[in-house]
Design a protein around this ligand. Structure first.
Ligand SMILES: [Zn+2]
Length: 620
C-alpha cells in the first residue's frame, strides 16, 4: 500500500507539472457565432440587419473592450483607403480612373457605409464609437477568461459602387458582390487585438458558426458561403431534383444559409445568374454562378471539370477539403477568396479563368483553413497559395514546365533589382509601393517554399505541407509554425532560413571563383558574395559526357538532404561554415577533362547573380 501510494503521488505531481506548463504556453483562439437577418433593397442598394453574436473568450485575459470591422466605410471620400490611394506612388489601377481615386468621386448615394444603430451586451446597451472602418466598443461588463457574452446589434448599410472586392454593379454587370458587408468582430489572439483599419488589403478573422437569413427581390439568385437550408422553397437551381418549387407569393424570398466553422461570410446576387451544380465523386458539390452572356458560357462550362481536378489536386497534396460545398461566383474585381467560395471576374480567356479559380480555390487551404494573419504574414497566405497553384496548373493544364515556379523567381529577382524591397515581415498596408507588396507576398512568398524544397528535398517539402495542414488546420499558424514543421520533417535546423528570408532583405549570391589545376586533379574555389547563407549543390560535367554532383551542407543547418539527383553519383563534402567567404574542394580528374561546373542546376536557389554560377571550359 505504502509503495503504491508513493507511486500515485509521483504520477500526480508529474501530471500537475505538465498541465501547468501547457497552461502557460498552450494555444488558444477566440470563438464567435453569428446569427444575422438582413433585408436588401435592390433598388437603393441599402440594407438593414440584426446580428446576434455570441463571443467566447478563450484567452487567459479579461477583456474590457471589443472591436468590430465596419469595412464598407472605407468606400467614402476622405477615408484612409481613399487618401492612401491618392498618395501612394503606384495606386491600384482598378481603383483609379484617369489616375484619380474612384472613391474620391463617389456621391452620397454611391458610397458605402455600415453603421450600428444599437448595440447591447447581454441585454445592456453599451457605448460605441465609429473610427473609420472600426467600431470601438467599451463593454458594460468585462468578459472574463473562459466566459461568453452575447452582443445584439441593429445595423444599416449601403453597398458602394464596386471599387475593390465588394460592391454593386461591377464592371461585368454583377449586381451585388457582398464581401466585408457585415459588422465583423476583430480577432484577439496571443499578440492582442487586430482591429486593423481597412486601407488596402488582407484580413484576419475569428472562427465560428454562421446562421444568415437574407431577404431580397425574388428574381435574384444568391451564391456564396454556406449551405442553403431551404432549397426547395427557394429553387434557383438549389432544389432537389424533380422537386416542384412553389411560386413565391410576395416580391421577396428569404434565403437561409448556415456555414459551420468559417471566419468570414460572403454572398453575391444577380437576377441574371446561371447556376450550375457539379457533384464531385467522393468530394464536395461545386456550384457555379455566372452571367447569362453568350461569349462566356463555354468557358464557364469547361471551368467546372477543371475546378474538380484542382480540388482533387489540393486534397491529395495538402489535405482533405473539410466542407461539403464550394462555389465559384462571378463578381468582384479580379479574384478574391472567401469561406467556401470565391468571387472572380468571368470575362477572361480560358487559361486565365482557370488560373484565377485555381489560385482562389487554393486559398481555401492557405487562408480559410490555415488562417494565418495575412495582414502581418501576407507571404504565407499569398505565397503558399501561389506555390501550390503553380504546381496544380502544371498538372491540370498539362504544362510540361520544368520549373513551374519560374514566374515567381522572376518576380522576386525584379523586386531585388528595383531597389524597392522591404522585409516580408512588413505589415501588408505599410509597403511603400504596391508592386513591392505584390512581389514580396506572392513571388518571394512562393519562392520561400520552392527554395525550401531545394534545402530539405522535394519529398520532404511536400511532407511538410501535409503535416503543416494536419497540425494547424482551423488555427492561425505563424511563420515559426511552418519552419518548425519543416524542421521536424527534415531533421534540419532552419531558423537561419526563416529569419534571413522573411525578416531581412539579405540576398543569396554564390559564385565559382576559380577552377585550378591541383597536381593531377582540380581545385574548385567557390565564394559567398551575398549575406544570406545556403547549402550548395554542384554539378560537374566532363568532356566525355560523364556527370557527378557534390553537396556542400551549410554547417548551421545541422543536417543533410537526400540526393536530389539519385541517378547521378553524389559526394557529400565538408559543411560550409557561413562566415567563411571562400570554400575549396578537389576533384580527382584534371581540369582538361572538365567541360562545365554549375552551382545549383535546378535553379531553385534564388541566387540573384547567376552569371558566376556557371564555369565553362570553352570560355576560359
Ligand atoms: Zn491570393
Amino acid at each position: 500500500m505504502q509503495i503504491k501510494f508513493i507511486t500515485t503521488t509521483i504520477v500526480l505531481v508529474f501530471l500537475a507539472g505538465v498541465s501547468y506548463a501547457q497552461g502557460n504556453h498552450s494555444y488558444w483562439q477566440q470563438a464567435v457565432d453569428y446569427t444575422m437577418e438582413v433585408n436588401m433593397d435592390v433598388e437603393t442598394y441599402r440594407y438593414t440587419g440584426t446580428q446576434s453574436l455570441v463571443y467566447t473568450n478563450n484567452s487567459p485575459d479579461t477583456l474590457n473592450r471589443v472591436f468590430y470591422h465596419m469595412y464598407f466605410n472605407a468606400f467614402q471620400p476622405g477615408s484612409e483607403m481613399d487618401i492612401r490611394l491618392q498618395t501612394i506612388a503606384d495606386p491600384d489601377k482598378r481603383m483609379t480612373e484617369d489616375d484619380k481615386s474612384r472613391i474620391a468621386s463617389l456621391s452620397p448615394d454611391e458610397i458605402g457605409y455600415l453603421r450600428a444603430s444599437s448595440l447591447a451586451q447581454d441585454g445592456k446597451s453599451v457605448s460605441y464609437q465609429l473610427e473609420g472602418t472600426v467600431l470601438v466598443v467599451d463593454l458594460d461588463h468585462p468578459i472574463l477568461p473562459n466566459t461568453s457574452s452575447t452582443f445584439e446589434m441593429d445595423f444599416e448599410g449601403q453597398v458602394p459602387l464596386q471599387i475593390r472586392r465588394s460592391g454593386r454593379n461591377n464592371k461585368e454587370g454583377v449586381a451585388l458582390s457582398m464581401s466585408q458587408w457585415y459588422p465583423k468582430l476583430a480577432e484577439y489572439d496571443f499578440e492582442g487585438w487586430h482591429a486593423d483599419p481597412y486601407i488596402a488589403r488582407e484580413f484576419h478573422g475569428i472562427w465560428g458558426d454562421f446562421d444568415v437569413k437574407i431577404t431580397l427581390d425574388k428574381d435574384y439568385t444568391i451564391g456564396g458561403t454556406g449551405y442553403l437550408q431551404n432549397p426547395d422553397e427557394i429553387g434557383h437551381g438549389y432544389q432537389t431534383p424533380e422537386t416542384k418549387v412553389k411560386k413565391a407569393k410576395g416580391k421577396t424570398l428569404t434565403w437561409h444559409f448556415k456555414a459551420p466553422k468559417v471566419h468570414d461570410f460572403m454572398w453575391a446576387a444577380d437576377p441574371d445568374y446561371i447556376h450550375d451544380s457539379y457533384r464531385m465523386e467522393n468530394g464536395p458539390v461545386l456550384h457555379f454562378f455566372y452571367k447569362d452572356k453568350a461569349e462566356i458560357l463555354e468557358n464557364w462550362k469547361n471551368l467546372q471539370p477543371k475546378t474538380a481536378q484542382a480540388m482533387k489536386f489540393f486534397n491529395e497534396n495538402i489535405g482533405p477539403y473539410p466542407y461539403e460545398q464550394y462555389s465559384v461566383v462571378q463578381g468582384g474585381d479580379g479574384g478574391m477568396e472567401y469561406a467556401m467560395s470565391t468571387l472572380i471576374t468571368g470575362e477572361r480567356k480560358f487559361e486565365s479563368l482557370v488560373g484565377v479559380m485555381v489560385h482562389e480555390l487554393a486559398h481555401s487551404w492557405f487562408q480559410h483553413i490555415l488562417a494565418t494573419n495575412e495582414a502581418k504574414h501576407e507571404w504565407m497566405d499569398e505565397g503558399f497559395t501561389s506555390f501550390i497553384s503553380s504546381l496544380c496548373m502544371n498538372t491540370i493544364m498539362n504544362r510540361q514546365n520544368p520549373n513551374p515556379f519560374q514566374g515567381s523567381y522572376d518576380g522576386y529577382y525584379s523586386l531585388v533589382q528595383s531597389g524597392k524591397e522591404q522585409p516580408q515581415s512588413t505589415h501588408a498596408d505599410r509597403f511603400e509601393f504596391n508592386v513591392a507588396y505584390g512581389r514580396s507576398a506572392y513571388s518571394k512568398g512562393a519562392v520561400f517554399l520552392a527554395q525550401l524544397g531545394y534545402i530539405i528535398g522535394q519529398d520532404k517539402l511536400m511532407a511538410t505541407l501535409k503535416k503543416y495542414y494536419a497540425d494547424f488546420k482551423f488555427k492561425h499558424p505563424t511563420p515559426n509554425d511552418i519552419k518548425r514543421t519543416a524542421e521536424k520533417i527534415s531533421g534540419m535546423e532552419l531558423d537561419w532560413y526563416l529569419t534571413d528570408w522573411t525578416q531581412t532583405t539579405n540576398t543569396i549570391d554564390y559564385g565559382i571563383k576559380a577552377v585550378n589545376e591541383a597536381g593531377t586533379g582540380t581545385e574548385v574555389v567557390l565564394e559567398r558574395i551575398g549575406l544570406m547563407p545556403m547549402p550548395l549543390d554542384i554539378l560537374v560535367v566532363y568532356n566525355d559526357g560523364a556527370q557527378e554532383t557534390f553537396y556542400i551542407p551549410l554547417r548551421m543547418m545541422r543536417g543533410e538532404k537526400e540526393n536530389p539527383y539519385g541517378q547521378v553519383k553524389r559526394t557529400v563534402l565538408e559543411d560550409w561554415p557561413w562566415a567563411y567567404p571562400d570554400y575549396r574542394f578537389e576533384l580527382s580528374k584534371p581540369v582538361s577533362s572538365i567541360k562545365a561546373v554549375v552551382i545549383d542546376p535546378s535553379q531553385l536557389m534564388a541566387d540573384i547573380g547567376v552569371n558566376n554560377n556557371l564555369w565553362l571550359a570553352e570560355q576560359q
